[in-house]
Design a protein around this ligand. Structure first.
Ligand code: HMG
Ligand code: MG
Length: 316
């Protein structure tokens, strides 16, 4: 480490010049928090993330409030973020499971939405109260109407590597649902390792399987949870395969209320440390981002699980 709190930059072969970080701290990071975070704190969190240079900040979810009580304030929060969306080019995607959610998001002027499917039946039932194909049927009019309205659509796919109830998930099973999501008209796909069990060879195999099925790597993002400490290795494997969109959560916040073994996402600071060291451009200021996560940890009353946040915030 240097005196500036930044890694020495030593580029490596076969990596993209630039990575777009899809920041999920305000949504995936907070959705599992037991005590309700005040709406003003969430708005301030998003504002600080934008100041740190993040250009895609997932803001909240328009899901049933009883299913995710922490995000029940989406109607209050989203309008508070208007100024942020106007500053620079910050995109504020929101999760939408069905037409009711789409109506709510469109009424507030959302320009980017994400539907979220599952590669396994058990998680589809627990998270969406549907079968896998039933959830695809639920998304069909959502994607069609969003596209008609000129809204960008991300298709999340959960349990792409392993499922706490069903075990390892075969690649062809994942590819089928991923392809179906893209065939609905999603602009991009995000491969969710919801419980953090993936390893780099498995990541490569899934990306190749998607390519073989006609899903181009340029439309694919990766979404790793860090349960087994594999998120960064998996990300590097994905970047080497040509992926340029990586989901991460400031401070490593996160989890999924409907998959108890899920821990936090890959910490954005850990990702930026690696990418800064590799000379891969992200547009993110690591110091400002770390200060944001330290501030958020104070709001939540416990230290950030991110190794990089801990290292940089304890540095004299
Ligand atoms: P359901 O109970 O089957 O809903 O839940 P329904 O369609 O039968 O409707 C029941 C009632 O809910 C109706 O009201 C609807 O209007 C209302 P009533 O007519 O009885 O008065 N309703 C809604 N209200 C507000 N907003 C809505 C909405 N939808 C229905 N959008 C549902 C189905 C999909 C709604 C429910 O299962 C749900 O909200 N699930 C969300 C779960 C969730 O948010 N999980 C976390 C996000 S996924 C994740 O974290 C993974 C990810 O990070 C990637 C990874 O890591 O793998 C993305
Ligand atoms: Mg997640």
């Amino acid at each position: 480490m240097t005196d500036t709190g930044l890694p020495m930059t030593v580029p490596a072969q076969g990596l993209p010049d630039r990575v777009r970080i899809h920041e999920v701290g305000a949504r995936d990071g907070l959705q599992n928090e037991k005590s309700v975070v005040p709406t003003e704190v969430k708005a301030e969190f998003v504002r600080r993330l934008a100041e740190a240079g993040l250009s895609t900040i997932e803001a909240t979810s328009f899901v049933h409030p009883k299913w995710v009580p922490q995000l029940a304030d989406a109607e209050q929060l989203f309008p508070m973020l208007g100024e942020i969306a106007d500053v620079g080019d910050v995109a504020l995607p929101v999760l939408v499971p069905n037409e009711r959610g789409l109506d709510r998001a469109l009424a507030l002027g959302a320009r980017r939405i994400a539907v979220f499917g599952s590669a396994t039946e058990t998680f589809a039932a627990r998270n969406l109260n549907r079968t896998v194909d039933g959830s695809l049927a639920m998304f069909e009019p959502v994607v069609a109407r969003a596209k008609d309205a000129g809204v960008h659509v991300r298709g999340y796919l959960s349990m792409c590597f392993g499922d706490p109830w069903e075990g390892a998930v075969p690649v062809p099973q994942v590819v089928r649902v991923a392809k179906a999501l893209m065939d609905l008209g999603c602009d991009e796909l995000s491969l969710g390792d919801t419980i953090g069990v993936a390893t780099p060879g498995h990541v490569r195999e899934l990306l190749s399987g998607l390519n073989d099925a006609g899903v181009a790597t340029g439309t694919v993002g990766v979404h790793f949870h860090d349960t087994y400490g594999q998120a960064l290795s998996n990300t590097l494997a994905a970047l080497q395969h040509g992926v340029t969109t990586v989901d991460a959560s400031a401070g490593g916040l996160g989890g999924c209320p409907y998959a108890k073994s899920a821990t936090g996402n890959l910490a954005t600071e850990d990702l930026v440390w690696m990418l800064d060291g590799l000379g891969v451009h992200t547009g993110v200021d690591l110091g400002v981002l770390t200060a944001t996560s330290v501030w958020m940890a104070e709001q939540l009353g416990r230290p950030s699980p991110s190794r990089t946040v801990r290292a940089l915030s304890h540095k004299e």
